[in-house]
Design a protein around this ligand. Structure first.
Ligand code: MG
Length: 401
C-alpha cells in the first residue's frame, strides 16, 4: 500500500499536533508532504526535522527567516503567509490536506485545494460555518472529499456510511455543556476567564474552550452539520451529555437511531479522517467499558442526556437564527464571536457581552448574498462592528470590573 501524503495547515495548534501524533504512530500508512504554522517557529522546526515535509510555511516573512535559520539546508522549501499556505495545500503533492488553522487565515488555501480535487479533512470550524455551502458545491464539482474532523461531525459521518440521505429524519449533536452548565444565566454574566477556561472533558485551544462555555461551539457545530450534511437547522438537535462519550446520533425515518461512542480523544476522529474509508488498527480494546471511557476493569458506566436551553445559552439561539437567515449570516456570527471572545479573554468585556455583541452585529449586517466575496466582505464588516461594540463597552459607564 502506498503511503497517503498529508499536508497539515495549522500544524503547531492543538489539532495539528494531534494529527502529527497519529501520523507518527503509522509511518507505514502516512507521510507528511507539507506543514504550515504561524509563529511557533521552534515547534515547527522540530516538526520539519521529525517528518521531513517537502514544503513548510511560517506565518510571516520574519518567522520564515527564523525557521530557515533553524533548519539544515535542503530540509524543506520554506515559504510564508497566504501564499505559503497555498503552496503547502496545493503544491506539496498532498493526497489529503488537514485544515486545522484557526479563523479565516487559510480560507483561500483550502478552497484552492478543494478546487484542485484534493481531499480535505476539515477541522477549521470557522471555514465550514462561513463558507461551507460554497465549499460543498466546489467539492461536488471537483470530486474532492470533505472529511469532518470535529468529533460530533465525525460521529454523524460514521453513522451515515451506507445510509440513503433521504432516510435521515434528524441528527443529534452532543455537547459537554462546558464549565457553566450548572449556572443560571445571571450567574454567568460576570464569569471570569479562568472559570471559562476550566473545561470538564476536552483539552482544546483558548478560543474553543471559551466557545464551549458559551455553547457557541455547539452553535457553530449546528451550522457546520447543516453545511456538511445538507440538513436544515430544524432537524438538528443538541443534547448535553456531560462525559463526552457519545458524540452524535442519526435518527432514521424508520425509527432506528445510530450513535457513535468513543472516549473523548480527538485523535480518534482525526485517525478516522486520515484513514477513511479504512480504519486504523492501533486500539485493541479488550474491555468494552474502557472503550466507553470508563476505568479499565470497571463494572458499570452510565450515559445521560439533557436538552440544551437556548435561552440560558443565547449563543446557541443566535446560531440557529443565523442558519435560518442563511446567506452570510453564519459568517457574521462566527466573525463577531471571534472578536467578542478575544475581547473577553483580554478583559475588555464581560462574559455576558459575548452573545450581546454577536446579536448586535447580526442585526446590523445580515445579508442574503452567497459568494466567497460576499462572505469576505461580511466577515470584515462583522469584525469592525464587533470592535465598535467592544469600544462602546470599554467607554461605557455600566462596566463592572
Ligand atoms: Mg466538537
Amino acid at each position: 500500500m502506498s503511503r497517503r501524503r498529508i499536508a497539515v495547515l495549522g500544524s503547531t495548534g492543538s489539532i495539528g499536533r494531534q494529527t502529527l501524533d497519529v501520523i507518527a504512530r503509522h509511518p507505514e500508512r502516512f507521510a507528511v508532504s507539507g506543514l504550515a504554522a504561524g509563529r511557533n517557529v521552534e515547534l515547527l522546526a522540530a516538526q520539519v526535522t521529525q517528518f521531513h515535509p517537502q514544503v513548510v510555511s511560517a506565518g510571516s516573512e520574519a518567522a520564515a527567516q527564523e525557521l530557515a535559520a533553524r533548519l539544515e539546508p535542503g530540509d524543506a522549501r520554506v515559504v510564508h503567509g497566504t501564499e505559503g499556505l497555498h503552496a503547502v495545500a496545493c503544491a506539496s503533492n498532498a493526497d489529503l490536506v488537514v485544515a486545522a488553522t484557526d479563523g479565516a487565515v487559510a480560507f483561500e488555501a483550502v478552497f484552492a485545494a478543494v478546487a484542485a480535487g484534493i481531499d480535505v479533512a476539515l477541522a477549521n470550524k470557522e471555514l465550514i460555518v462561513a463558507a461551507g455551502d460554497l465549499l460543498a458545491a466546489e467539492a461536488a464539482r471537483s470530486g474532492a472529499r470533505l472529511l469532518p474532523v470535529d468529533s460530533e461531525h465525525s460521529a454523524i459521518f460514521q453513522c451515515l456510511q451506507g445510509a440513503p440521505p433521504e432516510r435521515v429524519a434528524a441528527i443529534v449533536l452532543t455537547a459537554s455543556g462546558g464549565p457553566f452548565w450548572e449556572r443560571s444565566r445571571a450567574e454567568m454574566e460576570d464569569a471570569t476567564v479562568a472559570d471559562a477556561l476550566a473545561h470538564p472533558t476536552w483539552r482544546m485551544g483558548v478560543k474553543n474552550t471559551i466557545d464551549s462555555a458559551t455553547l457557541m461551539n455547539k452553535g457553530l457545530e449546528v451550522i457546520e452539520a447543516s453545511r456538511l450534511f445538507g440538513i436544515p437547522g430544524e432537524r438538528i438537535h443538541v443534547l448535553v451529555h456531560r462525559t463526552s462519550i457519545a458524540h452524535g446520533f442519526v435518527i432514521f425515518t424508520d425509527g432506528n437511531v445510530l450513535a457513535q461512542l468513543a472516549p473523548p480523544d480527538m485523535r480518534l476522529p482525526i485517525g478516522y479522517a486520515l484513514a477513511y474509508p479504512d480504519r486504523l488498527a492501533d486500539r485493541p480494546h479488550d474491555d468494552p467499558l474502557a472503550a466507553l471511557g470508563g476505568e479499565r476493569g470497571s463494572t458499570a458506566t452510565s450515559l445521560t442526556f439533557e436538552r440544551a436551553d437556548p435561552e440560558r445559552f443565547p449563543c446557541l439561539r443566535l446560531a440557529y437564527r443565523a442558519l435560518e437567515l442563511g446567506g452570510t449570516a453564519p459568517a457574521i456570527v462566527s466573525a463577531a464571536n471571534e472578536i467578542a471572545v478575544q475581547a473577553f479573554v483580554a478583559g475588555e468585556v464581560r462574559f455576558g457581552d459575548i452573545p450581546a455583541c454577536i446579536e448586535t452585529v447580526l442585526e446590523g449586517v445580515a445579508t442574503s448574498e452567497s459568494s466567497l466575496d460576499a462572505v469576505r466582505r461580511a466577515d470584515r464588516t462583522a469584525r469592525e462592528l464587533a470592535r465598535d461594540f467592544v469600544r462602546q463597552r470599554l467607554a461605557g459607564p455600566t462596566r463592572s470590573t
